[in-house]
Design a protein around this ligand. Structure first.
Ligand code: UDX
Length: 446
């Protein structure tokens, strides 16, 4: 099927390449000429495992192309909108400038019967507003939220846990007469788009537009809440001598709870969870239902407090001050398998330690260039061993295997000056570090 993908950032570039890899003919469109140049050569503008391969194959096969010219969308059956919805500079709400601009620029190139499929995360109610403009051209707007995780984006796009498609009129079989035929046809076209996943039985859930928009923000709100819940337990563990990792293992055995996303540490960051829970709160306020998600403010605050805690542990570990001490910071990306530093708890901790007068040296396997561009005041080092050489304290803030599993404490001891390690992700083998003579501090652990 011919399709266009408007917006070739993280979401759009992966989506375009993934769609080409399952046999579609895809044109990716973006206003950023540099990004388009790179993508046209089959180069990924950011680090994402598996993406360079499918980009190269797609471009080489002739099924995947990139352009800055919106007119290239003409003739495609489905137009995916994958532009960003960042947090607004003046508050917590989502900035819809790019979504509106993308849809407006696309309108003149739509033909009757086309489908515009929104993938961006938007405040509930956005799709209904856009639908009016799209429907005036004879095209249909559907909302098809994206649940991909960075680091697993290609796999999550080609083989997702579920597919959700919000269509005008919804798909309530109990009110069959109210079903919209355009909506049903649009859902069928989306089934065809995702044919390999549909064929293997991936749940394909057809809803109304508002439900589809809400599914995405609800999922992210739930995940953020789960992380802050365990971090709240870490705070309690810290004053009682309990161990939050054992607690998480124990409650995680209950299938209703589950162990995933119960990793206590310096908390969540990235381009999605923090901004999405804030935008959700802002939208709920606008709808007069702020109280329904008031807990999300608490989720955000617990999350931010964990960064303070990590900084405090380093200060305490060094006897009350980090001034002019060398601190080795292992990690900069907001999570492993990513070079993304948006709202990275790791870098926030590094910046705060630097602010306290420490000599901070940061290393990361993928994110150093991005980190340096944003925080040039910090010192960066590509070699892990040079980072920890002569350090007074070491802090793990992004749990890459290079630091978590592949750094034996005995080896670290030969390089550092001090023997203080703060495990901001509870990823290290505490017993092994202690046995090697280190003072080990975990998050929510004795
Ligand atoms: C998230 C959602 O998982 C994804 O479905 C959505 O489409 C976009 O937002 P992503 O931002 O890529 O994906 O990262 P995710 O793996 O969810 O991690 C988010 C943050 O939570 C990271 O900073 C991670 O370190 C942190 N985290 C995760 C924890 O602190 N503890 C955990 O147990 C799990």
């Amino acid at each position: 099927m011919r399709m266009s993908v408007i917006g070739c950032g993280y979401l759009g570039a992966v989506h375009a390449a993934a769609m080409a890899s399952i046999g579609h003919e895809v044109v990716g469109i973006d206003v950023d000429a540099r990004k388009i140049d790179a993508l046209s050569k089959g180069e990924a503008p950011f680090f994402e495992p598996g993406l360079p391969e499918i980009l190269r194959d797609g471009v080489a096969s002739g099924r995947l192309s990139f352009t800055t010219d919106m007119a290239a969308a003409h003739g495609a059956k489905v137009h995916f909108i994958g532009v960003g919805t960042p947090q607004r500079a003046d508050g917590y709400a989502a900035d819809l400038t790019y979504v509106n601009a993308a849809v407006d620029a696309l309108l003149p190139h739509l033909s009757a019967g086309d489908i515009v499929a929104g993938k961006s995360t938007v405040p509930v109610g956005t799709a209904a507003e856009l639908a009016e403009r799209v429907e005036a051209t004879g095209a249909t707007l559907v909302w098809n939220p994206e649940f991909l995780r960075e680091g697993w984006a290609v796999q999550d796009t080609i083989d997702p846990d579920r597919l959700v498609v919000g269509v005008p009129g919804g798909s309530d079989v109990s009110t069959h007469s109210a079903r919209s035929t355009t909506g049903e046809t649009a859902a069928d076209v989306l089934r065809e788009v995702y044919h390999p996943a549909v064929a293997k039985g991936t749940p394909f859930i057809v809803t109304d537009l508002a439900t589809a928009e809400l599914v995405k923000v609800a999922a992210n709100a739930f995940l953020a809440t789960k992380i802050s819940f365990i971090n709240a337990m870490a705070e309690i563990a810290e004053v009682t001598g309990a161990d939050v990792t054992q607690l998480a293992d124990a409650i995680g055995h209950d299938a209703r709870i589950g162990r995933r996303f119960l990793g206590a540490g310096i908390g969540f960051g990235g381009g999605c969870l923090p901004k999405d829970i804030r935008a959700f709160s802002a939208r709920a306020e606008e709808l007069g239902r702020g109280e329904s998600v008031a807990f999300l403010r608490e989720v955000d605050e617990i999350n931010l407090r964990r960064r303070d805690r990590a900084v405090q542990l380093v200060v305490d570990g060094l006897g009350g001050t980090v001034f002019e001490k060398k601190i080795a910071v292992l990690g900069a990306a907001f999570k492993p398998h990513s070079d993304d530093i948006r709202d990275s708890p790791a870098l926030d901790v590094a910046v705060r330690l630097h602010g306290l007068g420490a000599r901070v040296v940061v290393t990361d396997p993928e994110a150093i260039d991005n980190a340096r561009a944003k925080h040039p005041q910090l010192t960066y080092e590509t070699s892990r061993d040079e980072t920890i050489r002569d350090a007074d304290a070491v802090i793990l803030v992004t749990e890459w295997d290079e630091y978590r599993r592949e750094l034996p404490p005995e080896h670290a001891s030969t390089l550092t000056r001090g023997r203080v390690v703060v495990d901001g992700r509870n990823g290290l083998d505490a017993a092994a570090w202690r046995a090697a003579g280190w003072t080990y501090y975990g998050m929510g652990r004795p």
